[in-house]
Every structure is written in C-alpha cells, then in structure tokens.
Write a protein of this length. Sequence first.
Length: 290
Amino acid sequence: MTGLRCSTPKAGAKNPSVRFWFPGLSRLFLLPIFLISFLGGCALYPLQSVPVTDYRLSPEEALETIDLRDSRKSFMKAVAHVVVNTEEGRYPLKLAILAAKPASLRLEAIPIIGLPNFFLSIHNGIMKVYLPQNGEYYVGPATIYNLKSFFPIQLAVPDLVTLLMGCRPTMSSEQTVLKGSSEGKSYRVDILSRKNRALQSLWIDPENLYLTRLDRFGKNGDKLLTVYFDEYSQDNDVSMPSRVRFQMPGRDERTISIRYDGATFAPLTDATERIFDLTVPEGVRTITLK
C-alpha cells in the first residue's frame, strides 16, 4: 500500500497543488543518522498542577509572565507521535521535529520499515522539501499555502513554530484590549481589538501560569483554531507541554494530536542553526514554488 501520494506541480507553477494522503504513512520513513544525535537527551520531568480555589491575577501580569518565559533563545528537539483526524479517516505517523523561534522548522518522518520519503525544512523564510521516492526537491517561500501543500495545517510558519513549542503567537499590543476572568479552574484572558472584536483567548493554569488552551478568531469573529496544551514537563528549566492538540473547524475540519516523546531544549547557536537548512541532494530535480 502506498502511504504517501502527491500530485506534482510543474516547475515555476504559480499555484502548485501538492496533496498528501496518509494511510500507512508511519511505515514509510527513515530518520537520518545525523538527526538521531540531536534527538538524544534526557526525558522531561512531569510537573504536577496544584488545585487552586482562590487566586487573583491581572491579564497583563499573566501575559507578561508567559511571554517572558517563552522569550529564551533555544531550540526544541523531539520525536513526536502524530495523529491526523479528518472526515476521510485517522492517519498516524511519527516525526522528528526540530523547532526554533521565530520561524525555523525541520520535519522528518520516522518509519518502522522502509526508505526515506519526506524531509521538510524552513529557515530564513525559505521552505525546502525533499521527496526521495519521486526524486524531487522543492524550494520556495515559506508561505501559508506552500506549507499547507506539504503539511496538513493552515498557519503562518512563525505561528506554527510557536504553538509546537507550547507558546502563544504574539500580536501587537498597541491596538488591543485585555480582559481577564476566572473560568472553572483556569484563568482566562481575552485579547480584543479596540472595536471589541475577539482576536485571541487564552486559558492559563493560575498556579504555574502554564498556557492550557488557545482560541484564535478571524475578522468576522468566527473561531479559526483551538489548541490545547496538556501534561506539562520540564527540561533545562524550560516548561513544555507533552501533548499539543490542534482543532480546526470549518469546511476542511480536522484535528491534529501531537504527543512528544522526550522533548528537550538546547541553546541556539550558529552551528545548530545550520540543521534547519536542507541541502540539495545530487542528481535530484529542483522544482521552484511560487
């Protein structure tokens, strides 16, 4: 059974259409040796949340704390068990993920058996994808459309990287209004426009100030995305959810569940930044994405 198929865009095509079907995808890939060394490390230490019955917190203080915590210059390396659920079915796969803010990402699929078939890197605004079975290497701007053609999510790269690392996508605070309230055992922060239009809603554990849920809204007030952050752990003083779940409503409704197996963090240096650049293999046809 073929686990990954695509309709290949012509070189220089303005609107390439690259679509993937996922049955059996986790059996098709092999993690390169050089990444294995980066993915080694200690497992995260589980963190216990203490029930809170009485707390006081301003929305400004809550956002300042989680944004300060997320501002450290480090990159994440992890093996992730991913499940994509769509109307067509449930598709599990296993990925090696390297991510660094603001917008560097590398994805490689890990097989049980088989040969390498999918490598993706994004760095300095350029996306590169290598499909060995097709003998094709794609390169072009890391736009929302180009990313969605190879990975089933419609997000700007900086937002995807931030969410994968358990953080919230930031926005300009000059034209926003913050409202804080309690909701169950969580502290809720609503970020609104000056015209009182919902932009982003956050649910925060008031004991540890961990982000547990994020909603994003469109210009007409419709919910575009919900992300849940569960089972926090810690590595090198960095707190990180062990599970991230994306829910995308609408015509292409789908959910993506990502469970990290031992995510670790390390300082981002010039040397480590080079791993986010996927080089062109010899003898491979290069296809330009617009």
